[in-house]
Every structure is written in structure tokens, then in C-alpha cells.
Ligand binder design. Structure first.
Ligand SMILES: *[C@@H]1O[C@H](CO)[C@@H](O)[C@H](O)[C@H]1NC(C)=O
Ligand SMILES: *[C@@H]1O[C@H](CO)[C@@H](O)[C@H](O)[C@H]1NC(C)=O
Ligand SMILES: *[C@@H]1O[C@H](CO)[C@@H](O)[C@H](O)[C@H]1NC(C)=O
Ligand SMILES: *[C@@H]1O[C@H](CO)[C@@H](O)[C@H](O)[C@H]1NC(C)=O
Length: 739
């Protein structure tokens, strides 16, 4: 059972998990869907591109007829390639052709606010903040690749919007429950993608159209760009003004994920290909497990589109990150300064506080005392033979840390208690990250000390009882925040060890946003991703000429590593600890500082080919670039996973602040490592806007070591431009421990 697979079905859960099953062909057992990637578009008009794909395919398959039969989708705008049903032999033959960069099976992927913007100090009552400077994201087009959208939500009202930007080249694709008039000046385009899936099957479980049955896409789109909606709440909890990060940005919908079904690489790539054609400025993908096809995002970035991806919800285990290509922004999830205290009254009048999203529904107009039972781990075995009818059951997390912490266990416990006829669950664990809407009965999270008190009461009394009050929501400065959420996937990147991932953390726990006609809490890096998307839209409005790398640099170098009191940001997990760059990259996003970062670390998008061409395309014939470690790429971070000898790494910074500026370097060396920066003073003026400096990183000992962390900060008395550094001293090539 996945992390958020409560009773609401797999896609309703907060993120999209790839089960990485290969798609098996429907015609003949041996054919399956492959993605053939051919690089840049070379033939001009899309029809010529398609014709060239058919030429290539019919040469291998023997006839144009077979080619037409096998072809599922042509990629023709942002990059060239196609998805086709092929046998393994045919795929091999195609991979041998000189023009072909890669051939990969298409994998199946599956889907696993109010307060958050004030928490980030993006408040529309403050005239000088990024929200106002970025004119609420007007003129910016955000592409959301997800489960579609619910156009009737108040969050997508187009009242007061000017005409659709003239550069827009997208479409409003009609379908089940979706008319041309469902596109508007807010939802300016909408398409859907079923490549590799059976449309007849999709119709049974979802709308065969951009309309969102699941809710995930509506939630993420309204978080990135929802209009201002007064009085949004979830049954009174977290009441306030709901809006997206860039509330006037236009939304382009690319539905490539389907309720209960998920999506395919072939469909996601088709969405990205069209989004490049249509003219989006930012692409938001709260999608997991998109394995080897990061070339789609690479083409988008090379055309100036910032691509923002979820980091995954498989934390707190290390090396669980997804979507870690250097050219995208990989987003971790944090918890913010809001909590939902829920009072539990025991039969001895003792009051205990946990957290939940419990509210009184139609059937339960008031809270009453119910029998209380200790259910141990609340596995089916543990509860077998116990009468749970009408009772509140106390369940515990196992003492030994399991891979995914309590997240995997709580869903099972909830189901077992409910199946046994229970009417409430109190779950003992170390984190409140599992808060969510549990349907059917209250589910209160309590910490281990509190859980112990309840157990003592149960042991002492002869007929223990308890009463659960509905949750309240409280916000503000007396709650330690932010913290990296325990479910947020952790680095280092399993794919690119020599860069730091994730890039940034943003609020992603208990986020209230639109689902259908109402508002609902969801948690996940899926929810953190559109926060970053919205902020990128505002930054792009403010700095239209900045590249995706410059925009990323702005948010990474200005991110917070402490809270406003100077206390270090923590990461939930086993154990809870001070967060490091493998939890949150540069830190927690700080949009107002990102608006004016002082210096940026920019990257020529062609450099990505130079550094990563061979690893991305996984084919040697067309890739004769000698491998250069990723840490030589001008990223706003440095990670050296195999530090044996001193290494000198260049970085180049561009002044985007006051023309005349003098910056000094402040170095925090990782333990066991010495960092020197040369020169350590950079003088910028009208003639010198760009400076390159060398970072010399040396191991202090001969050691088969572990990752340690530091930073390099440029400051000029006003601006602070900080990049994280990770280094691991090694002697041997092989190492087992990366935690
Ligand atoms: C979407 O189209 C349907 C069918 O025409 C219509 O009933 C509905 O009101 C439309 N919704 C919006 C927001 O325009
Ligand atoms: C509320 O009670 C009605 C009638 O007893 C029942 O049909 C319905 O399923 C209940 N709803 C919930 C959410 O428990
Ligand atoms: C409960 O335990 C009994 C006796 O050990 C066993 O026969 C039965 O299958 C168990 N039920 C479940 C649901 O595991
Ligand atoms: C491969 O290397 C050769 C010689 O260095 C060079 O001329 C050629 O352009 C390179 N090809 C590609 C595709 O980079």
C-alpha cells in the first residue's frame, strides 16, 4: 500500500508513483510500446517530421502500412521522435540506425492554499513583494501536466482577465464533459493524452477529456495559479483566502494521467512536446517515476521553459529521489506553521492533544465518549478476535524503523480498524506528516509520549473510554517551521551523484486547494511542486529574459536554511535531524529574496548536452563527448561524491543587482574537507558584470568517508548569495553507505 492510498483510491493520493511495469502490447504478445528519440526537430513542418518518422519506421517494418499500424504518437514540436508498438527485435534494429539516439520501452506511471502563501510572505497586501512586482503572474502561461482540471471551481474564474496572450498557440480539445466553452481567459488551453492506454477502458473510470475526475490536477493547478477565492476551507478548517502562487497566470492543461490508471511515458512526452509548441513559460509536473525520458524536459529547458518536478514521496530513506535531471527544478516538501490540534478526553478527565483533520459531519453532530481499546500494531492478525464495534482503537508504530516509517502502516491500520467496525483511530508515531482526510472516522496522530499516557490509562482502568473533539487549526509564529516533511524523498540522486538534488523545498504538507467544486487537504511533493511553479511564474514576469537556470539559481541561492529566529530547519525522519542539502537542496524557498538575488549562476542550455549527453541518451554511437563530471556544470550547488585528490571547480556568477558591487566570499567547509575560493573578492561594475572564480576542494585525510556538507556564500553587505556544497572523501571506487 502506498503512502497516501487511503480510502480515496490510488490516484487521489498525493503523488504519482511509477510502478515501472512495462506496457505489454495488445496486438500479439510480443509487441510493446517503445519510445524512439531522434533529438532536435530537423524537418521543419510537423507533417514533414511525421513523414520522416514513417520513412524510418517503414524501412524497418517492411511497409508503410505496417508503419501506420504500429505508430502510436509522433513527437514533432519540441523534439523529434515517436512512440510505436514494436517487437524487441524491431526495437533493436531501430536503435542501430544512425539517426536514432535512443529506444526505450514506455513505462507505466501511476498517481500515488490558503496559508502557505502568507507563510512564504507572499501577501497581496504588501505592495513591494514579489507577488505585486510580478503583477500576479499576468501574461505568464503555466502548463500543468496532471490529471486534468475542474473548470467550474471558483479558483479558475476568469473574471477580470484580459485577452489570452497573443503568442499562445495551444488548443482547447473537446471530449467527454468538456466543451469549447470550458476553456476561458483563465484556462486558455486544454488537451488530453492516452498514448499507450485503451481509451474504452479510460472512459469507464475517467472523463475522456481534460476534465479532472481524480482531483489531483485541479489541486496542483489551483495551487500554482488559482484565482483569489475568499472564504475557502475544509469543513471550517484552515479557513481563509485560497489562491495560487501566481493568481493571474493563465493555465494550460495537459491531462496525461488518468484516475486509477496513471499514465505512460509516451503520453507524458506527448504533453511536453505540445506544451513546447503551445508556448508555455513554465511546466509543472507533480509526477513520479518518470524514469529515463528526461530528454523531453531538456528540450523544453533549451527553449526557455522552466520545468518543475516533484522529488517523490519515498522519504525519509536516502537515495529515493526522482526527476533529478540537472536541467529541471526538483522540489522537496516542507511543513509550515499550521497545526490542527485535536483534543482527546479520557474517561479520567485527562485531556490530551493530538492532530487530525477530523470534523463533525452530518452524522456526528457532537462528540461522545466511546470505549477505548489498545490494538497494538493494528495489523489484521493483531486485531483478530478483538471486538472493535463502535470503539476508538489506539495503534502503535513498530519500534524498529521500517523503510518508509509509519506512512505505510497507518493506511493499513486505518483500514483494519474500520473493517472491524471501529469508530476512531489514535495512531502513535513520531511525525504529524501523515495528516490527511480520512474518510469514515476520526484518525488522530499523537506522539510517542502522549501515546504512552493513553496506554497507561487503558492499562489502569477497567473500562477505558475516550472522546475525540473536532480539530481546530492554529497558525503562526509559535509553531516551529518549516520542517522537511518525512515523506519527502531524499538525496543523493541515484541518477546524478555529482550534482545536489533536490534543489529546493516548498510547503507540501496539508495544503488546502481546489478539488472539484470544493477545497481539500492534500500532502505530498506533488503539492510542493506547484508552489515553486507559481513562484517561478512571478519571477519570470519580473525578469522575462532570465533563463531557466537563472530562475533556478535565484530561488536556490536565496533559500532559507534557518527559520526567522535563526534556528536551523529540521528534517522529519528516523531520526529527526537538522536538514542538509540532500533533504532540501539550497533550503526552504524564499520568494521575496529570490526576486532580487544579487548574483546568478547561469547555464548555457547547450552545456547540458556537453555534460550529460551520453548519460541522457544512453547510446554511444552519436555520443562522442568525453564524460565530464556534473559538478563542472555551473549549477548553484556543488557535490563531489568521490573526493580523493584536490579538485578545482570553476563557477561563474553574473551580477543582476546594483551595477557597482563588491562581494566577499564566506566559506563553510564540510567536515574533513578544505574549501578555498580564488579570488575571494569579486568587484562588479559596468564593464565587469560576470566573474569566474575557482573553488578548490581538498580532502584533509585519506579516508573511505561519508558525505559532509558546507556552503559558499557571496555577500556584499546587503545580498547573501549562498550555494550548498556536499563532498565525500573516498579511497575506493565502491562504497555502500550514502545515508
Ligand atoms: C463546461 O461545459 C459544460 C457543457 O457545455 C457546461 O455545462 C459547463 O457549465 C461548462 N463549465 C464552465 C466553467 O464553463
Ligand atoms: C450517514 O448516515 C446515513 C444514514 O444512516 C448513511 O447512509 C451514510 O452512509 C452516513 N454517512 C457517513 C459519512 O457515515
Ligand atoms: C483469526 O484467527 C482465527 C483463529 O486463529 C483464524 O481461523 C482466522 O482465519 C483469523 N481471521 C483472520 C481474518 O485473519
Ligand atoms: C565527434 O568527435 C569528432 C572529433 O572530435 C568531431 O569532429 C565530431 O563533430 C563529433 N561529433 C559529435 C556528434 O559531437
Amino acid at each position: 500500500m502506498g503512502l497516501y492510498s487511503s480510502s480515496r483510491g490510488p490516484l487521489a493520493s498525493a503523488l504519482l508513483l511509477c510502478f515501472c511495469m512495462l506496457f505489454l502490447g495488445v496486438h500479439g504478445g510480443s509487441r510493446r510500446l517503445y519510445i524512439v528519440y531522434l533529438g532536435d526537430v530537423k524537418h521543419g513542418h510537423p507533417n514533414d517530421v511525421i513523414a520522416s518518422h514513417h520513412d524510418l519506421l517503414s524501412n524497418v517494418l517492411g511497409s508503410m502500412e505496417d508503419s501506420l499500424d504500429s505508430m502510436i504518437h509522433n513527437y514533432k514540436h519540441g523534439f523529434s521522435g515517436f512512440a510505436a508498438m514494436l517487437t524487441e527485435d524491431q526495437a533493436k534494429q531501430i536503435a542501430e540506425l544512425p539517426d536514432v539516439i535512443s529506444v526505450q520501452p514506455s513505462r507505466r506511471c501511476r498517481a500515488a492554499t490558503t496559508r502557505s502563501w502568507d507563510f512564504l510572505d507572499l501577501n497581496y497586501q504588501m505592495p513591494n513583494d514579489l507577488l505585486n512586482k510580478g503583477r500576479y503572474g499576468e501574461e505568464i502561461i503555466i502548463g500543468v501536466v496532471d490529471t486534468g482540471i475542474w473548470p467550474e471551481s471558483r479558483s479558475f474564474s476568469d473574471e477580470g482577465y484580459g485577452p489570452v496572450p497573443s503568442r499562445w498557440r495551444g488548443k482547447c480539445q473537446v471530449g467527454q464533459g468538456w466543451d469549447r466553452n470550458n476553456c476561458s481567459r483563465k484556462i486558455i488551453g486544454a488537451r488530453f493524452y492516452s498514448a499507450g492506454l485503451d481509451e474504452e477502458e479510460l472512459k469507464k473510470v475517467d472523463y475522456l477529456s481534460p476534465r479532472d475526475k481524480d482531483g489531483h490536477g485541479t489541486h496542483t493547478a489551483s495551487t500554482a495559479a488559482g484565482s483569489v477565492v475568499e472564504g475557502a476551507s475544509f469543513h471550517g478548517l484552515a479557513a481563509g483566502v485560497a489562491r495560487g502562487g501566481a493568481p493571474h497566470a493563465r493555465i494550460a492543461v495537459y491531462k496525461a494521467l488518468w484516475q486509477g490508471v496513471g499514465g505512460t511515458d509516451a503520453a507524458l512526452l506527448a504533453a511536453i512536446d505540445d506544451a513546447i509548441h503551445d508556448g508555455v513559460d513554465v511546466l509543472s509536473l507533480s509526477v513520479g517515476g518518470f524514469s529515463d525520458n528526461s530528454f523531453g524536459a531538456l528540450h523544453a529547458v533549451q527553449k526557455g521553459i522552466t520545468v518543475v518536478y516533484a522529488a517523490g514521496n519515498d522519504g525519509p530513506s536516502p537515495q529515493t529521489l526522482e526527476n533529478t535531471s540537472p536541467w529541471v527544478i526538483t522540489v522537496a516538501a516542507s511543513k509550515m506553521d499550521r497545526s490542527f490540534p485535536t483534543v482527546i478526553t479520557l474517561g479520567n478527565k485527562q485531556q490530551i492533544v493530538g492532530q487530525s483533520h477530523y470534523y463533525l459531519g452530518r452524522n456526528s453532530s457532537r462528540s461522545i465518549f466511546r470505549s477505548l481499546e489498545y490494538g497494538g500494531l493494528c495489523t489484521a492478525d493483531a486485531l483478530n478476535g478483538t471486538d472493535l464495534k463502535g470503539k476508538i482503537v489506539l495503534c502503535a508504530t513498530p519500534n524498529s524503523p521500517t523503510g518508509n516509517g509509519p506512512s505505510a502502516i497507518i493506511g493499513q491500520a486505518f483500514q483494519n480498524v474500520r473493517n472491524g467496525g471501529g469508530s476512531g483511530l489514535i495512531f502513535i508515531q513520531y511525525t504529524t506528516d501523515l495528516l490527511q482526510e480520512w474518510v469514515g472516522m476520526p484518525c488522530v496522530l499523537v506522539d510517542i509520549d502522549t501515546g504512552k499516557k493513553i496506554r497507561q490509562y487503558i492499562k489502569a482502568g477497567s473500562s477505558p473510554v475516550a472522546k475525540i473533539e473536532p480539530a481546530r487549526s492554529i497558525t503562526g509564529k509559535d509553531i516551529l517551521a518549516p520542517k522537511v516533511a518525512s515523506f519527502s524523498s531524499r538525496g543523493p540522486s541515484p541518477d546524478y551523484a555529482d550534482i545536489i538534488k533536490p534543489d529546493i523545498a516548498a510547503p507540501g504538507a496539508s495544503i488546502l486547494a481546489a478539488v472539484g467544486d470544493s477545497y481539500r487537504f492534500e500532502s505530498g511533493t506533488s503539492m510542493a511542486t506547484p508552489h515553486v511553479t507559481g513562484i517561478i511564474a512571478l519571477l519570470k514576469a519580473l525578469h522575462p529574459n532570465w533563463s531557466p537556470a537563472a530562475l533556478k539559481s535565484a530561488i536556490v541561492t536565496t533559500a532559507s536554511v534557518t527559520d526567522e529566529r535563526g534556528m536551523p530547519i529540521l528534517a522529519e525522519g528516523l531520526p529527526r535531524k537538522v536538514a542538509d542539502p540532500f533533504d532540501y537542496g539550497g533550503g526552504h524557498i524564499n520568494p521575496n529574496r529570490a526576486a532580487d538575488p544579487g548574483l546568478i549562476y547561469d547555464i548555457d542550455p547547450n552545456d547540458y548536452n556537453h555534460f550529460f549527453g551520453c548519460t541522457v541518451t544512453k547510446i554511444s554511437a552519436s555520443c562522442n563527448v568525453t564524460y565530464v563530471p556534473g559538478y563542472f556544470l555551473n549549477l548553484p550547488s556543488i557535490s563531489v561524491p568521490n573526493l580523493r585528490y584536490p579538485v578545482s571547480i570553476p563557477r561563474t556568477v553574473t551580477n543582476v543587482g546594483e551595477v557597482d558591487a563588491v562581494y566577499h566570499a564566506a566559506i563553510e567547509s564540510p567536515a574533513g574537507v578544505k574549501i578555498e575560493v580564488e579570488p575571494s573578492v569579486l568587484v562588479f561594475n559596468a564593464a565587469n558584470k560576470v566573474h569566474t572564480f575557482q573553488v578548490k576542494i581538498s580532502p584533509m585525510w585519506r579516508l573511505q568517508g561519508d558525505y559532509t556538507f558546507g556552503s559558499i556564500t557571496w555577500y556584499n553587505g546587503e545580498k547573501i548569495v549562498r550555494i550548498p556544497v556536499a563532498a565525500r572523501i573516498t579511497i575506493h571506487d565502491s562504497f555502500a553507505d550514502v545515508a
